[in-house]
Design a binder for this molecule. Structure first.
Ligand code: SAH
Length: 348
């Protein structure tokens, strides 16, 4: 038997052939609504079912867990039975508990500034492996909540490893399970993409009001192609069009992600072009400073450069927020996942 998370939640009766049908509903509740770390905690299920699940409840093992920011950030490295690594980062805020999840082991996009991108692609995660990250976080929060934050995952962002819209069907099914089975608010879930145009359009046509973040990082094609190889296939104009379509269809304002790199995209000319793009997309801009990784050549801008870029946006009237990233000291910040195992030379 494989992990029950890898089975459609509506088909759980298939792994409980000797049990009455209501057992499948009970199991589904334990998996999605009230997740627990161990099957023995599933108190209303018969002992034989609990035992059968005991060593295969999760589709991965926990290889490492780390904590930072005074316990308000927690990072997990999971390992699947076939050796794929999955990382997830939990971040507590006063009114929300956000989980950053992975949609692929590795990533094929090869963005020059991203640690995951330097390692290449391992494989897609299936819907169960994606949603199990949320369930696992909820199961641990139940035992050990983050100080001063909701005891459940309220927000999910697809900003861990992988390009979610390059793994569309599995990501779609994971969204369905989060929204329809876990009962999360669609508005609390954000898919982040480097600009997979057909995926943005498909997502816009789905029945849920999930959020969309577009990792822009450059406001002209020449610069963007030098950072993000996919820009050759889906240039800025197409990404902008698809983002406008998303806003029209869902009524949800898209966020533009902008990772600031010293001397690369922190000049006033980029700030000006970015302002125009944000206007066209009716988007909000989230700026973060690059988290340097041993493998990337780019540098993090200093405080003055960040301030200059933010005030350029402000004087242009662009709606923008500078965001501090969490978990830097445990390599849990955006684009840093995998750094430690890489520098230990244990990767691949
Ligand atoms: N593939 C998706 C989601 C994963 S990356 C995407 O590109 O959006 C999540 C975010 O982290 C993206 O905005 C990405 O550009 C950003 N990021 C990647 N590496 C980074 C780094 N080293 N420092 C800061 N942000 C980084």
């Amino acid at each position: 038997m494989q992990s029950p998370y890898r089975i459609d939640p509506e088909k759980l009766h298939e792994i409980l052939p000797d049990q009455p049908p209501y057992r499948a509903n009970q199991l589904r509740e334990w998996l999605y609504e009230h997740p627990v770390l161990e099957s023995q905690q599933m108190t209303n299920l018969p002992g034989e079912v609990r035992s059968a699940l005991s060593d295969r409840l999760w589709p991965f093992a926990v290889e490492a867990e780390q904590s930072a920011d005074n316990g308000r950030t927690r990072k997990w490295l999971f390992r699947t039975p076939d050796g794929a690594s999955i990382e997830a980062v939990l971040m507590g805020y006063p009114r929300r508990t956000t989980l950053c999840i992975s949609s692929q082991a590795g990533c094929a996009m090869a963005c020059t500034f991203c640690a995951t991108g330097q390692f290449g692609f391992e494989r897609h995660l299936d819907a169960g492996e994606i949603v199990a990250q949320v369930a696992y976080a909820n199961a641990t929060l139940r035992q050990e909540p983050l100080p001063g934050s909701p005891g459940r995952v309220t927000n999910v962002v697809f900003m861990g490893m992988g390009e979610p819209l390059a793994n569309y069907e599995n990501v779609r099914e994971s969204l369905r399970r989060m929204i329809d089975v876990v009962d999360m608010a669609a508005r609390g879930v954000t898919v982040s993409t480097v600009g997979v145009v057909p995926g943005i359009r498909r997502l816009a046509d789905e029945p849920w009001q999930v959020g969309l973040a577009v990792s822009l990082h450059a406001a002209d094609d020449e610069l963007r192609t030098s950072l993000i190889p996919l820009n050759k296939r889906y240039p800025l104009a197409d990404v902008i069009d698809a983002s406008r379509y998303f806003f029209q269809r869902t009524g949800r304002r898209v966020s533009i992600e902008w990772t600031l790199m010293a001397g690369v995209n922190d000049g006033t000319d980029q700030a000006e072009k970015l302002t125009r793009i944000a206007e066209t997309m009716k988007a909000h801009i989230n700026v973060i400073a690059l988290n340097t990784t041993p493998l990337t050549a780019h540098e993090r801008p200093d405080g003055d450069a960040i301030e200059a870029f933010m005030s350029a946006l402000e004087s242009n009237g662009a709606p923008a927020t500078f965001r501090e990233t969490r978990g830097q000291d445990i390599d849990a910040a955006c684009g840093q996942l995998r750094v430690r195992s890489a520098s230990q030379g244990s990767e691949q």
